[in-house]
Design a protein around this ligand. Structure first.
Ligand code: KG4
Ligand code: ZN
Length: 445
């Protein structure tokens, strides 16, 4: 094995077009710790060289959620420039990546890549929006074919998990700073909320999941009821900073359910009724069936209730074919009621965070884990981070690893980090075997 492996990673599962380049310093195979026939070492080092994320938020904002067809089109437009920029920032040494001239012929392009520039190409193959995934997967397939390189298919959720593993160090013997196994990963994003038990690298046992809305989806929907722009999580969190989290006692569903599953749709409905009781929205408004609307990033929703007063159907952009994603026009509360709105934001955020932290901690105790990992878009939430950080201080035997800022929401560096572990484990394949799968599960092995 080479002593330095360069991996290009591509992520297009939803509405971020992202690429990253990392260098992996693997240990020689004879030194690797053999763990359940796996070759992954705890002490390999990963050095990030670049990470580029193009977010489509501005494009989808006006629809209040991700418009799948538009997302795919944007990925197609952005994938080449984003990958090119990631390679250029990483100073990949191909003929034309060292650009000194303004002559456009010499501008970097993936067409100028040489087989010696990259050792493997990682790509998110699922779960996500199929039209979005296909763009990244087919692009990776093209590059892999042209350069005759192996591909590393990565599960998006695995990327969120591995974003929590410290990766900056080049020191190979830094076991103590790596999360110890068994560990529990809480993945909280717009499409997923799950507790994953890992007894060793790359082996997953899902011990809890959401029965309805994902935590990020709940943030987004409540934010929308409060008149905040998409994506609602960060906006709600900012508003909550000025509110009283004890003002309203919203439900903490399934806190004492005896299992490690979650449910967030009741909270969303409770917020709706509270807004209605306070006269902040039309008192004739009724919750409507979730099956009639789709406002989530990853459309994993099942039949459930969501609050709404009116559905807009006139938001479909000209020329967008395929299934229609309706946008909801929630009633906007008047500015004079803004104190209530801030309190509702703070109280709802507290309810979500309480459930996530308490259930994770209970599961950590039951499974006697040594580390907790928290990744996915919602792990960017400052209240969630501070509550988990408190756990870290209190419990000496349990270390908490939060996804570093910038790696919580979707990006390709997280995919690249996961890919290093997969590469080390021999989990590469030929471009023939690459396939996008919108509902890909996190496999046990
Ligand atoms: O992981 P991610 O970027 O995409 C998916 O895989 O879904 O997560 C996006 C989700 C959105 O629901 C967004 O509102 C939420 O993460 N999010 C937040 C914060 N930042 C992003 N939720 C709460 N507080 C935040 N600061
Ligand atoms: Zn994600």
């Amino acid at each position: 094995m080479k002593n330095k492996i360069k991996i290009l990673a591509i992520e297009t599962s939803c509405d971020e077009t992202a690429a990253a380049v990392v260098e992996l310093y693997p240990e020689p195979f004879d030194k690797l710790r053999v763990n359940s026939s796996r070759r992954v070492t705890e002490s390999m080092a990963v050095k990030p060289l670049s990470s580029v994320v193009f977010s489509q938020i501005d494009i989808h904002k006006k629809y209040g959620g991700v418009f799948p067809e538009l997302a795919s089109r944007e990925h197609i437009k952005k994938i080449e420039p984003v990958v090119t920029e990631a390679l250029a920032l990483a100073q990949v040494k191909s003929r034309k990546y060292k650009v000194e001239s303004k002559n456009s012929d010499l501008l970097p392009s993936t067409l100028n890549l040489l087989p010696s520039d990259i050792d493997a190409i990682a790509v998110t193959v699922g779960p996500g929006l199929i039209g979005s995934l296909i763009v990244g997967v087919e692009y990776a397939r093209g590059l892999a074919t042209a350069l005759n390189k192996p591909v590393i298919p990565i599960n998006h959720i695995e990327g969120h998990v591995y974003s929590c593993f410290p990766h900056q160090s080049l020191v190979t013997n830094h076991q103590s700073r790596q999360p110890a196994f068994p560990l529990l990963a809480l993945v909280v994003s717009g499409g997923h909320t799950m507790l994953v038990l890992m007894r060793s690298h790359l082996k997953y046992e899902i011990i809890g999941t959401t029965l309805d809305d994902a935590a990020g989806e709940c943030f987004d929907k409540i934010a929308r009821m409060l008149g905040l722009p998409y994506p609602g999580g960060p906006a709600l969190s900012r508003l909550a900073e000025k509110g009283d989290a004890k003002a309203f006692d919203f439900p903490r569903s399934m806190l004492n359910s005896g299992d490690f599953n979650f449910s967030f749709s009741g909270l969303k409905t409770a917020v709706f009724y509270k807004l209605r009781d306070l006269g902040l929205i039309d008192d004739k408004a009724e919750p409507i069936a979730e099956s009639e609307i789709k406002i989530t990033k990853i459309q994993e929703t099942r039949n459930k209730q969501i609050t709404n007063s009116k559905i807009q159907t006139d938001v479909i952009p000209t020329g967008a074919e395929g299934s229609l994603t309706h946008s909801i026009d929630y009633p906007r509360p008047s500015a004079s009621r803004s104190a209530f709105i801030r309190d509702i934001a703070a109280s709802a955020q507290q309810a979500i965070v309480d459930v996530l932290v308490k259930k994770t901690f209970a599961a950590a105790k039951k499974y006697k884990v040594k580390s907790i990992l928290v990744g996915g878009g919602v792990s960017a939430n400052s209240l969630l981070r501070s509550e988990f950080a408190k756990l870290n201080v209190k419990s000496q035997k349990l270390n908490v690893y939060l996804s570093p800022s910038g790696l919580a929401t979707d990006n390709a560096l997280s995919i690249a980090i996961a890919a290093c572990y997969r590469y080390q484990n021999g989990d590469t394949c030929s471009w023939h075997n690459l396939d996008a799968n919108a509902s890909l599960k996190l496999s046990a092995s």
